[in-house]
Design a binder for this molecule. Structure first.
Ligand code: HEM
Length: 566
């Protein structure tokens, strides 16, 4: 460097110091140091060179890592982008660094997920990342966001709701009652003079919200009835809940979201939504507390002649089996705030997931109509054509292997929890579990890193599900027995991972399968459904796309409904 240049640099430095003091030069020097130390990642994260087996997402910036990319792309089409990155990654493992969360790694293989969720379960927490982002909607102690003994206690208490006794009495009665409403509604819509069409996604949300509120909280939300006008009546709680979930999803790709939401439209929407949701939950809770303190409540589900008194069985015997979910938690606490957390966490689990799965199932059936006739034949063979339609019993799910396979395949392609993650508690090495024919390497991880997976992505990988992984093919869940009859193939919970696995396996898996199949059995033999055209009021494009949320809703869509000839 020439003397003249050195002189200029010295003069510039003196001028800066004279005008700003030493603060700005110190900050600039520090930034320069950080940029040199972290040329391709955010500060505090480890260099990609340490883990050659992990694909480092390109287009990184010094200090900012992949932040700009993540912010610019937002949540739109996120799973398609995740899939592309996973296909580019040699072992389906990739990592990016983002301002805020730090190092984020996705390991989209069953072999790695089993290690994190079972083999070394206690080293992979939901962590602060979940609690901070979900806290205003789901609290910080609910089953979805809690770890350790708080989670264990929530899980132990809730598991009593799903006893086989509950299924054969209370749960079954509620589902049958709701199905009477669903079928009554479809009959009215398809009758001469009826609208002949409906928003299916809305029907499914109402079916699962109404039934789950009854079975879990003994609350009648009055959001579903045979009267078609009931579908038009808004459910403010549900709208607020959907809006809040969309905003939470954005929080995962927005650095400093806590600060931004103080001033943004999303922040205002979230605060309003939380107030609506809170009032709704508190309404349910205060009614139940009052009920416990005195007065009897009218039964929610009218008895049909010859039917066991399910309401009595719920309230009856003092033992835990047979109580509803809220009652079980009220045995532990009478603090409304704690009970609110329970109500919120279970509504997201009990309403959204199953309703979304039904929406995707009906879409896949329209797209692959060859399976419809087989489902109808299976139902007819198992139950004939009873007057008023089929009302499935819980134990009868296993009589419908083909229908169950079609349902499972829809959830495989459209998992209700499409992505998930954990926080690494202590430095560890993730060792692929099982036979490992693809020679997957072990992956070192470091305390504080975020690790995760996307079932949506994993279920489209030929390495996991075969060459036709991305296609709707229920036969992957079926095989013929010695008599040539279909039997349902139960894949391992790490491969068919849509219900999670290990100690945090979905508590509602059997309930979801029962509710889904019960609706299918009650409706498909009696009604035909067809995609409505734009002129007929269609609101969605074909093929169906998904909405931005933490779960996996489809865009709302409209079907035409007609009664089938007997
Ligand atoms: C097709 C429908 C469903 C699917 C695909 C599904 C899937 C899942 C998944 C992936 C998880 C793990 C979530 C996480 O760790 O963040 C989960 C957890 C859970 N699910 Fe489901 N679920 C469904 C229906 C239900 C229903 C109807 C209930 C009824 C209450 C339910 C209750 C729960 C609970 C309580 C947990 C938390 C378990 C724990 O962390 O210990 N789920 N579910």
């Amino acid at each position: 460097m020439s003397d003249a240049l050195l002189d200029d640099a010295r003069a510039l430095a003196q001028a800066v110091v004279a005008r700003t003091g030493y603060v700005l030069p110190a900050v600039l020097l520090y930034l320069l140091y950080l940029a040199l130390r972290y040329p391709d990642r955010v500060p505090g994260t480890v260099s990609a060179r340490l883990r050659p087996q992990v694909y480092a997402v390109p287009n990184t910036w010094p200090i900012l890592g992949n932040t700009i990319n993540v912010v610019r792309l937002g949540t739109a089409q996120q799973f398609e982008r995740f899939l592309k990155l996973t296909q580019d990654a040699p072992h389906h493992v990739w990592r990016m660094t983002v301002f805020g969360p730090g190092s984020v790694m996705l390991l989209n293989r069953p072999e790695y997920i089993e290690y994190m969720q079972k083999t070394n379960f206690t080293n992979y927490d939901k962590g602060q990342q979940f609690r901070s982002r979900f806290g205003d909607l789901l609290g910080t102690t609910g089953i979805f966001v809690a770890d350790g003994h708080v989670w264990r206690q929530q899980r132990k208490q809730a598991s009593h709701m799903f006893s086989s006794k509950a299924f054969s009495t209370w749960i079954r009665s509620v589902v049958h009652h709701e199905l009477d409403d669903v079928v009554g509604l479809l009959e009215n819509l398809s009758a001469p003079g009826g609208a002949g069409k409906l928003c299916m996604t809305e029907l499914f949300f109402r079916y699962t919200l109404s039934s789950f509120s009854k079975m879990a909280f003994s609350a009648n939300l009055d959001c579903l009835s045979p009267d078609p006008a009931s579908l038009e009546k808004p459910v403010p709680f549900a709208m607020a809940f959907d809006g809040a979930q969309g905003i939470i999803n954005k929080r995962f790709v927005t650095p400093a979201w806590q600060f931004i939401e103080r001033f943004s439209a999303d922040g205002r929407e979230m605060r309003t939504a939380c107030r609506v949701i809170r009032d709704f939950g508190m309404g349910i809770i205060s009614e139940r507390i009052a009920e416990r303190q005195g007065g009897e409540k009218a039964p929610l589900v009218e008895k049909k002649s010859g039917e066991a008194d399910a309401e009595q069985s719920r309230k009856g015997a003092n033992k835990k089996d047979g109580a509803d979910l809220l009652g079980l938690f009220m045995d532990l606490t009478s603090d409304p705030e704690e009970l609110l957390v329970v109500v919120m966490n279970f509504i997201i689990a009990g309403r959204d997931t199953t309703a979304q799965s039904l929406s995707w199932f009906f879409f896949e059936l329209l797209a692959n109509p060859q399976h419809l006739a087989v489902i109808r034949a299976e139902l007819a063979e198992a139950f004939g054509a009873p007057e008023g339609g089929i009302r499935l019993e819980y134990e009868q799910v296993k009589m419908l292997p083909y229908t169950l396979a079609c349902w499972s395949e829809a959830i495989r392609l459209h998992p209700a929890v499409p992505k998930n993650g954990k926080e690494v508690v202590a430095d560890d090495v993730i060792v692929p579990q099982g036979p490992n024919p693809d020679n997957l390497p072990s992956i070192p991880v470091f305390k504080g890193e975020k690790v995760g997976w996307s079932d949506w992505v994993m279920n489209r990988l030929p390495a996991v599900w075969g060459e036709d992984a991305a296609e709707y093919n229920p036969l992957r869940f079926l095989e013929r027995d010695t008599e040539g009859k279909w039997t349902y193939v139960q894949h391992s919970q790490w491969k068919y991972h849509v219900f999670n696995g290990g100690p945090r396996l979905c508590l509602g898996m059997n309930l979801a399968n029962y509710e889904g199949l019960a609706l299918i059995a009650a409706t498909l033999p009696q009604f035909d459904f067809h995609w409505a055209s734009k002129a007929e009021g269609q609101t969605a494009e074909w093929p169906l796309t998904y909405l931005n949320s933490v779960t996996h809703p489809s865009v709302p869509y409209v079907l035409k409904v007609t009664r089938r000839e007997a």
